[in-house]
Design a protein around this ligand. Structure first.
Ligand SMILES: NC(=O)c1ccc[n+]([C@@H]2O[C@H](COP(=O)([O-])OP(=O)(O)OC[C@H]3O[C@@H](n4cnc5c(N)ncnc54)[C@H](OP(=O)(O)O)[C@@H]3O)[C@@H](O)[C@H]2O)c1
Length: 320
């Protein structure tokens, strides 16, 4: 199926812009729901919403093939009481508004994809977490994901196929974790974090777009789906590969205490680096998805090479 019309709520952020470019390049009509200004930009229609209440924006769902929701306050901040409330509420309220809108439209999308996160799984150093046998962790981030998924699946929409994407850490030049990690490696701070044994599950941003497209095409895929590369590494391996890709022969290690102090200084949390994420994309594998960047070595070679050559999301450099 060729996607003709797609609505992306929260499409102005890192992953949203990757998808916007991907589907726009394929000739689809892309509509982004944003709390920002209404505008037409590079053929993409940005429509205003407040992320909470039903309004005229719901009419843009008429005739759409797919709805994707990526809305939510960034988790790259200190987990203060206020930030925790905003992180949770922005996800629940946007998901609820979209669900209510889908109940009202006459000719709405047949597929609704909602973001969630692979951080729902527990700290795992012993075995990979699949959709079927993965165990949930505890704590704030896990709680957010559980409530977010519960809100999403609470809508009874018999004609809509629903997918909750448990995405791991997406590596792309356009945003997210890659650039800060690369910059640390470049200034000689690219050693392991903590004891370096924690697993790092990741996905190249190009494969993120391809996997979303694949999920849209494969009508047998539904429910929760893990989005990650098939190869996971330890944090020590990640930083080793990062040093190699940036041409640094050494990297000072970052003990846990130093990371805690650094995270406070730059207003973030250490969870991203210290939690062991061992995520197995079992459903994608079983459905026959082929990764363009199955190994971290190949992904980092391409991402670091793109410092030299500007390329579009839909056309990654060939790295062999
Ligand atoms: N990046 C990753 O590696 C990753 C991994 C796993 C899961 N995720 C999840 O996937 C989603 C998208 O990730 P991302 O990296 O693209 O995030 P992002 O860059 O922070 O973009 C999220 C978008 O949500 C909207 N937003 C922000 N605060 C909001 C609020 N209070 N109410 C409603 N909307 C709000 C913003 O759009 P406007 O300002 O235009 O409204 C923003 O562009 C997030 O929910 C994230 O938790 C991301």
């Amino acid at each position: 199926m060729n996607v003709q019309k797609i609505v992306i709520a929260g499409g102005s952020g890192f992953l949203g812009q990757c998808l916007t470019t991907h589907f726009n390049d394929q000739g689809a009509q892309v509509i982004v729901l944003t709390r920002g200004q209404e505008r037409l930009e590079n053929g993409v229609n940005y429509v205003h919403w407040n992320g909470r209440s039903l309004y005229r924006w719901k009419d843009h769902l008429e005739g759409a093939d797919v709805l994707i929701n990526l809305s939510g306050k960034s988790v790259d901040c200190r987990y203060t009481k206020r930030n925790k409330r905003l992180i949770l509420n922005s996800r629940l309220e946007s998901t609820r508004a979209l669900g209510l809108a889908l109940m009202k439209v006459k000719n709405g999308p047949a597929t609704w994809i909602n973001a969630t996160s692979a951080t729902i799984y527990r700290h795992a150093e012993d075995r990979p977490m699949t959709e079927a046998n993965g165990e949930h962790g505890t704590g704030f981030s896990v709680d957010v994901c559980e409530k977010w998924e519960n809100m999403f699946f609470s809508f009874d929409l018999p004609r809509v196929r629903k997918l909750a994407l448990r995405t791991t850490i997406v590596l792309g030049k356009e945003g997210g974790a890659f650039v800060p990690l690369k910059n640390l490696a470049r200034i000689g701070l690219g050693g392991k974090h903590g004891n370096g044994k924690q697993r790092f599950s990741w996905l190249h941003s190009y494969d993120f777009c391809r996997a979303v497209n694949f999920a849209i095409q494969n009508v047998n895929l539904e429910g929760v789906v893990n989005l990650s590369a098939p190869e996971q590494v330890t944090n020590a391996e990640l930083m080793h590969e990062m040093r190699d890709a940036t041409g640094m022969s050494f990297g000072l290690p970052n003990p846990k205490l130093l990371l805690e102090i650094g995270a406070r200084l730059i207003n973030t949390e250490t969870e991203l680096l210290l939690k062991s994420r061992w995520v197995e994309p079992e459903k994608l594998k079983q459905a026959g998805f082929q990764w363009e960047f199955p190994t971290l070595e190949k992904a980092l070679a391409e991402l670091c090479a793109r410092d030299l050559f500007a390329t579009k999301m839909s056309e990654p450099l060939a790295v062999h």
